[in-house]
Design a protein around this ligand. Structure first.
Ligand code: PD2
Ligand code: ZN
Length: 293
């Protein structure tokens, strides 16, 4: 029998009542899936009730997912085909408006990719993500990769990248977190997640005390991956294939602090070879030291 992809009124009320009682959104999704709802639909339904309540009362087929309450504003990313940074021109090869996602070419040179890998290789640690309860960085099974950080403006090489990336993301350098390099071996993956700090998770407020919410992400690929290792956006069916020096960019927090849940994304398993990336996250406000180099 087909999975259910409509939200009857009694189920909508059930979601609302249970959220009001303080139930974890994931437990509601799990219950819905046990009751034969389609998993992606169940997630969208719970998100929809959380973000918009009554608006989700409309029949689901008639309601585009993008209408889940998030107001799309003029993107931070430049509107043209080329982004002119202080030292390099970056080409926009694909752009999607809702959610705001773009694929960029020529973000890093081959030499810069190799240099980042070289500098990272001997100081990798098993990757952490933010524990939703404590707000602390913990090793979590959803992320089978190892990584390392470079402080903002750590040295002239890193400062130059921080400055170029800030130009691309059209945010001040000091709104950026330090660059994070990740390495996935064969079989490594990063399960779908949001890069913003979900407001319903108790740990998020700890993360947001300095710099506020994350607003945008740039994932840069440091090598060509033999097979797999794509960056996936499961709710919109988009898959970006890693290419050395290229990047995928996405925005998810507007000027009112609303969050775009269509930017759910992950790293699919690397099925052959290895994958290296470097990620920059931008915050609403100042987060780190400004680059001076
Ligand atoms: O490795 C990736 O493609 C990936 C996927 C999802 C990276 C990130 N998220 C990230 O760095 O946030
Ligand atoms: Zn991510």
């Amino acid at each position: 029998m087909n999975a259910i992809t409509q939200l009857p009124t009694e189920w909508r009320d059930w979601i609302r009542e249970n959220l009001a009682r303080g139930c974890a959104p994931q437990s509601l999704i799990d219950d819905m899936v046990r009751n034969r709802f389609d998993p992606i639909f169940a997630r969208a339904a719970v998100n929809g009730v959380m973000t918009q309540g009554a608006a989700f009362a409309a029949p689901v087929e008639a309601q585009p997912k993008a209408a889940a309450g998030y107001v799309y504003e003029t993107p931070r990313l430049s509107a043209g085909n080329l982004i002119r940074t202080f030292d390099r021109q970056v080409r926009i090869v694909t752009r999607m408006k809702r959610p705001m996602i773009a694929v960029l070419e020529g973000v890093l040179s081959e030499e810069e990719c190799d240099e980042l890998i070289r500098r990272s290789a001997d100081k990798m640690h098993r990757s952490t993500t933010v524990d939703p309860i404590s707000g602390k960085h913990e090793v979590i099974a959803d992320r089978s990769s190892e990584g390392t950080f470079f402080m903002l403006n750590a040295d002239p090489f890193i400062a130059r990248l921080d400055r170029r990336i800030a130009d691309i993301m059209n945010c001040p350098v000091d709104h950026g977190e330090g660059l994070q390099v990740l390495h996935y071996g064969t079989g490594g993956e990063y399960k779908p997640h949001f890069d913003f700090f979900p407001p319903d998770e108790p740990g998020s407020h700890v993360q947001m005390t300095i710099g506020g919410q994350r607003v945008s992400t740039l994932v840069m690929y440091l090598n060509d991956v033999e097979e797999g290792g794509t960056t996936i956006f499961p709710d919109i069916g988009l898959e970006v294939v890693p290419k050395k020096g290229s990047a995928v960019y996405f925005e998810y927090t507007n000027s009112h602090g609303q969050l775009d849940r269509l930017t759910l994304h992950g790293g699919s398993p690397v099925t052959r070879g290895e994958k290296w990336i470097v990620t920059k996250w931008m915050r609403q406000r100042r987060y780190g030291e400004a680059a001076t180099a």
